[in-house]
Design a protein around this ligand. Structure first.
Ligand code: SF4
Length: 93
């Protein structure tokens, strides 16, 4: 992790894990209903959290692809907007 960046303020709602079908980068994780094959419906947690792929790590994605374009705080805000969209989608479905 970059020095000085905070932890992403994840609320562990699990919505991103339940909509992996919406992004090409996470589609391979889809168990067939849009939810990740590593997501536990019972626990509402990732079964491989410590070993989850880079695409599931906000800080890793920032370092790999976005650090030249955005500050960490800007990147967090962009991701939180996506969290909001996922909430809207989940409330309509
Ligand atoms: S691997 Fe884990 S963190 Fe990544 S989408 Fe699946 S359940 Fe979520």
């Amino acid at each position: 992790m970059h020095q000085g960046i905070s932890t992403f303020p994840c609320t562990q709602c699990g919505l991103c894990c339940q909509r992996v079908n919406l992004a090409n980068e996470t589609k391979p994780l889809d168990r067939g209903d849009g939810t990740c094959k590593h997501y536990s419906d019972a626990d509402k947690r990732c079964n491989i959290y410590a070993d989850r792929p880079d695409i599931c790590r906000v800080d890793r994605q920032y370092e790999l692809h976005y650090a030249d374009q955005y500050s960490w705080n800007e990147f967090v805000d962009i991701n939180l907007e996506i969290c909001s969209i996922l909430w809207e989608v989940s409330e309509k479905s």
